[in-house]
Design a protein around this ligand. Structure first.
Ligand code: GLC
Length: 440
């Protein structure tokens, strides 16, 4: 058994740590401007001007079953979709707002189709819900609000009429709908808090945190409606899930006070922004995509990889190609991901490789990011391996222990050395994996 113990939290996290790989979906009105999901903030767009995206939203090619099929083929086991992003637009039907997809040309509840389709593919269902709302009349202007640069007097005048307490009630109503109308929901992904964001040059703008969201009540409501649901930490109260964003942690995340290992999930993008971005050219390479997944699992984490569908409702060719990279690799190599975690400390990854180990401790996976010539030398592994094979085709890899013979230089000897013989030609697998069956 793995010797790593994760901090216990109120939600059910066991399935999550087993499944390891999920799809993030950022879809909203910002798919129309197609130049970042924060566009309303970045270009300081007032409601009247943002309205054109609502008026022209017509996702005629939306087919959630197709998304679900691609997610499943990529090896993803769960999904988290934006029910509402910072812009405030709701992708689901709600009795508490008119600013929702059912009132656009879409004419239907887009979240319902997502839930039904992903569930039909056997995937677990997550809802992303933005605590931030740049459309709601009670949401006060703050340092990241589109109207933050209005003159101080105007901001103060507007804010005096806004009521965050009413807004918090609105959020609870929305969360109540989301957690009541769609069956079992596995993850609630709140985004995000910024209580310390208070610009020195504009002291009248203050960030928001748990007091503003009334997080305790909000979370209690969610737990009452969906016992066992996993909730992330971004409502400014620690819950089940730590969520490093757009960087790869270099070690397993730990609880700040207790030092315990925590359940964590890196959220990452294919190209940098979360919503559909037409002109972005910073798409990650196939090798990097696999590397991010393997590296995450090798540190005991999950990967939530994002797609930003177009405003017409499909995944563009770049997103499809990126998902295909995962599909091709996972088809044969998912055994090194599902139910796997960080390798026991006694196993140190040889250079150019990353290790994962099955939760029961019986198998070790060596991911060859730099394919070596002829042999892989593994110091520290002698006497521990019963059988070795390539994972993708279960072809045996012969090994010797304690010594490597070199044609002209004699022999390298080391008591703890395991030497795996590899074919000179790298197999037709982006990142080949060696599966080691360990001795009991
Ligand atoms: C950030 C951004 C946001 C994105 C989220 C995903 O907090 O505000 O656009 O939805 O990260 O983690």
């Amino acid at each position: 058994m793995s010797s790593y113990v994760t901090r216990t939290t109120p939600g059910n996290t066991a399935w999550f740590r087993h499944d390891r790989f999920g799809m993030f979906i950022h879809w909203g009105l910002y798919a129309l401007p197609a130049r970042h999901e924060w566009i309303k903030n970045m270009e300081e767009i007032p409601d009247e001007k943002y309205q054109k995206y609502f008026d022209h939203f017509d996702p005629d090619l939306y087919d959630a079953r197709e998304w679900a099929r691609q997610a499943k083929a990529a090896g993803m086991k769960y999904a988290v979709m934006t029910t509402k992003h910072h812009e405030g637009f709701c992708m689901f039907d709600s009795q508490y707002t008119d600013y929702k997809c059912t009132n656009t040309r879409a004419g239907r509840d887009l979240i319902r189709e997502y839930v039904d389709s992903f569930r039909a593919e056997g995937m677990k269902i997550g809802f992303y819900y933005s605590l931030i709302d740049w459309h709601h009349p009670d949401f006060t202007i703050d340092p990241i609000h589109p109207q933050r640069n209005l003159p101080r007097e105007t901001v103060e005048e507007l804010n005096a009429k806004r009521d965050m307490h009413r807004y918090a009630q609105y959020m609870r109503n929305k969360v109540q709908e989301l957690l009541t109308n769609y069956g079992k929901i596995d993850i609630l992904w709140f985004d995000f808090s910024y209580p310390d964001n208070c610009p020195a040059d504009k002291p009248w703008l203050v960030g928001k945190g748990r007091k503003d969201w009334e997080s305790e009540e909000l979370i209690a409501l969610a737990r009452r409606l969906q016992p066992g649901i996993m909730i992330d930490n971004r409502a400014d109260i620690e819950q089940d899930l730590w969520t490093p964003e757009q960087y790869q942690p270099q070690s397993w995340l730990r609880h700040k006070e207790t030092g315990e290992l925590v359940t964590w999930e890196a959220c990452q993008t294919f190209s940098g922004s979360w919503g559909y971005h037409r002109d972005e050219t910073s798409w990650k390479s196939p090798e990097m995509l696999i590397q991010m997944l393997v590296q995450t699992v090798s540190l005991g984490g999950n990967l939530l990889m994002n797609v930003g569908p177009t405003a017409r409702g499909y995944l563009d060719h770049r997103a499809e190609a990126a998902l295909k990279v995962y599909a091709d690799w996972m088809r044969y190599n998912s055994r090194s991901i599902y139910g796997c975690t960080m390798a026991e400390p006694e196993f140190q990854a040889p250079e150019g490789t990353w290790l994962t180990q099955s939760e029961d401790g019986k198998r070790l996976y060596v991911h060859l990011f730099r394919y070596p010539f002829g042999v892989l030398e593994m110091p520290g592994f002698a006497g521990k391996v019963e059988y070795a094979q390539f994972l993708h085709d279960a072809s045996e890899l012969q090994f010797t222990e304690r010594a490597v013979d070199h044609f002209s230089e004699g022999t390298t000897k080391a008591e703890d050395l395991l030497v795996i013989r590899l074919p000179v030609l790298k197999p037709q697998v982006l990142v080949p994996v060696i599966e080691l069956y360990l001795k009991d």
